[in-house]
Design a protein around this ligand. Structure first.
Ligand code: NAD
Length: 428
């Protein structure tokens, strides 16, 4: 058995090395960008409900802040490691770069399992995390956000602690706050809508009307639901959607060739996100094996659930009719499948561009919080459309000019922007 385990940071570095080579970056710039500029590892002692003290391990990595304050979520996870946080921080730098928002990349974490912690204990971790870092984070330094197993409530505890320490109201310190407490309207829709803004542009380039297209979606969570909603509004028809069934511990796909009805399916979805199979059948849906979302005879595939779904194996099941793959999820396609999609002339909208609507709207939240002036939802979504469309056109144009796949094009744009900012500041 191999003793070497998968290291996401090494993967992120080798992705970067490939792009650095294509951009002919000099060695100092490469050295600077393939590592985080700053990282913090610290201990958070928390008095537990039974009176004992547990010491938790916390992290914050600021990969690069040449274009603005670092931005990125805080994960609570029992298997959190510094290398996972480093990789995620680096990917945030590139994601902010490709959509051209004036932020850098960061990520944080705490090794803990919130399932085994009371609300009071979780509050203790949040406040302790901020106490350790209050000099190193802030609206103009590093702006955290929710991520795996952290929520708007965690963000509010962190904001409260930060404001207590600083002695002033600074709502731009953190994003993902509830609407009415400094959150932005449109954040719930942002990632799914952003996916469809890019799909709409891809179809325009291919000369296809959305109303002549069908789509199959993997996932039925936040990203998938809002992607389905906007895609239907622009005239498209989703014929298949898949999701995880908590009770049966497997996934199922729900197909209706005339088109699924989002609200009808939401009405038969339980609080764990699973769709009721019997009720779905009664409403005229075919219930299929979950993997079948990928083999549907549709024009567009939207993986919006998990990483590693379009693989060297599963890519072979993609129908000859598919013209666009839009990566709503992070990392759904393996490098082997990437190459196959490119060979088959399928238009790939890469994750770092396709799902960047979320971080773009977080940036809007930060701007609104710093001004203490909040925009209407239409204004937020209108600005989001402009950002996503502009980023899409830049990626697609570069891909054509440099005869590169769209993923490489997105990375080339992002890394080039960050490298220039570092050089222009005189850092490297
Ligand atoms: P979510 O938890 O709301 O939904 C996840 C969905 O995936 C659920 O419907 C679940 O049933 C489904 N799922 C899980 N396993 C599955 C399987 N094997 N087959 C089919 N469906 C399965 O999560 P989300 O916020 O919608 O995020 C989805 C993806 O998008 C993740 O990769 C996430 O990192 C990425 N993403 C999300 C955001 C955001 O703002 N929410 C932003 C950027 C990227």
């Amino acid at each position: 058995m191999s003793t070497q385990s998968f290291n996401p940071f090494h993967m992120a570095q080798s992705q970067f090395d490939k792009i650095a080579h294509m951009l002919e970056l000099d060695s100092a710039v490469r050295e600077f960008l393939r590592n985080p500029v700053r990282e913090y590892q610290f201990l958070i002692p928390v008095r537990m409900d039974d009176g004992t003290v547990t010491v938790f391990r916390g992290f914050r990595v600021q990969h690069n802040d040449a274009r603005g304050p670092s931005k990125g979520g805080i994960r609570f996870h029992p298997q959190e490691t510094i290398d996972t946080v480093r990789a995620l921080a680096m990917w945030m730098t590139w994601k902010c770069g490709v959509v051209d928002i004036p932020l850098g990349g960061g990520k944080g974490g705490v090794v803990c399992d919130p399932h085994n912690l009371s609300a009071r204990e979780q509050e203790g971790i949040c406040r302790g995390w901020v106490r350790q870092l209050s000099r190193n984070v802030g609206p103009y330094q590093d702006v955290p956000a929710p991520d795996v197993m952290t929520s708007a409530q965690h963000m509010l505890w962190m904001l409260d602690e930060y404001e207590r320490i600083r002695g002033e109201k600074l709502p731009g310190f953190i994003t993902g706050k509830p609407v009415g407490m400094g959150g932005s309207l449109g954040r719930t829709e942002a990632t799914g809508f952003g996916v469809i803004f890019t799909v709409r542009e891809a179809l325009k380039e291919l000369g296809i009307r959305p109303s002549d297209t069908t789509a199959s979606v993997q996932g039925f969570g936040n990203v998938a639901q809002y992607a389905i909603r906007l895609y239907s509004q622009i005239g498209g028809t989703v014929t298949c959607v898949s999701c995880w069934d908590q009770k049966e511990q497997t996934s199922f796909a729900y197909r209706k060739k005339t088109g699924i009805d989002l609200d009808e399916l939401l009405g038969i979805t339980d609080r764990f996100g699973g769709i009721d199979k019997e009720k779905a059948r009664d409403l005229g849906y075919e219930v299929l094996n979950g993997d079948e979302w990928i083999s549907q005879e549709v024009d567009i595939l939207i993986p919006a659930a998990l990483e590693n779904q379009v693989t060297g194996e599963s890519v072979k099941k993609i129908s000859g009719r598919v013209k666009v793959v839009a990566e709503g999820a992070n990392g759904p396609t393996t490098p082997e499948a990437d190459q196959e999609l490119y060979n088959r002339n399928i238009f790939l909208i890469p994750d770092l561009l396709c799902n960047a609507g979320g971080v773009t709207c977080s940036y809007f939240e930060q701007v609104q919080s710093n001004m203490n002036y909040f925009w209407e939802k239409d204004e937020v979504l209108g600005k989001l459309d402009v950002k996503m469309t502009t980023a899409f056109l830049a990626v697609s144009d570069l891909a054509q000019r440099r005869k590169q796949n769209t993923r490489n094009a997105a990375y080339l744009i992002a890394v080039d922007r960050i490298a220039r900012a570092c050089r222009d500041r005189g850092w490297v």
